[in-house]
Design a protein around this ligand. Sequence first.
Ligand code: YSA
Length: 348
Amino acid sequence: MSSVEEVEAALAEERAALAGAGDERALEEWRTRVLGRSGRLTAILRSLGERPPELRRELGRAANQAKAALERDLAERQRELAERELAALSAGSLDVTLPGRPRPRGGLHPITQTLREILAVFSEMGFASVEGPEVELDRYNFDRLRIPEDHPARDMWDTFWFDEEPSGAGRLLLRTHTSPMQIRYMERHEPPIRIVVPGRCYRYEATDATHEWMMQQVEVLAVDEGISMADLKGTLWECARRLFGSGRQVLLRNSYFPFVEPGVELAVDCFACDGTDPACTVCRGSRWLEIMGAGMVHPEILEASGYDSGRYTGFAAGMGVERIAMLRYGVEDIRHFYQNDLRFLSQF
Ligand code: YSA
């Protein structure tokens, strides 16, 4: 049977034990053992109901006072230990007031940033974004775009071919442009069409300041009743103004692509030399850097997709994302984008 003396003895013992607890873990163990739910003092308080009434009051008061005293002692001991720990840290060679080491933050690759910007511009003009296969059939990459086996345009767009052929479907290659998706999309959809197709393209060619063997394009296709060259021009103009601002000069000139009639290309003025340096690696002294090919979709292509070319017309374009990024950021060599040099990439 516990008595008031026993409470006092417990108080003295546990105070001594508390003074010997030298770290946070020992303090926590002490707290659980003495003040916790099945702790020593809690047990005394719980047993009060079983005591003779004359003893109950006196013992209850003593136990409650002892409990309150031990709680105060515990708080005091915790404060003491924390102060001691801080003093030990400050006395050593460790400067606890130094700010932490910053963790490097990642960022989006400049080509991803540019690509998203382009897609946002077209999304606001009502174009949906769709994707197509990078491993493509030669039929879609060339033939269906009016580039037969013996056409000279195939030399301009030489690529990487696969050895295996899916049975009877034709030869497989890494697509040279995003234009095959024009055909794939028109095969399965009826006008009106307004789509953009972002994606990687591959070309077997020597690299230089404006050419990579892998690059990203965004294809644009609009087919509807009454679409004219004015729509093409207006769309490209708005796209250039949004991407480069109104201060940049833009040139739209004739070009040839077998899948359009007429064909054009869009170029932006050279940021590196402004056309004054014949040795400029960006524009070769021409003042212009070409960023896209475009034109009115050839009527034969519309007909081959099952559309009535007397009723429907369309425009299409294919732009190079790396060239656009070069112009936006003033990067003089396209090869920087894929060399994974953080000194370059962390600037964006
Ligand atoms: C033309 C007419 C249309 O109705 C639709 C699309 C096109 C574009 C066509 N499919 C095409 O690929 N034309 S292109 O060979 O001149 O390339 C288009 C753009 O891709 C270029 O203006 C350039 O910005 C980029 N490009 C092409 N080859 C590149 C390259 N960028 C980096 N490295 C290369 N090797």
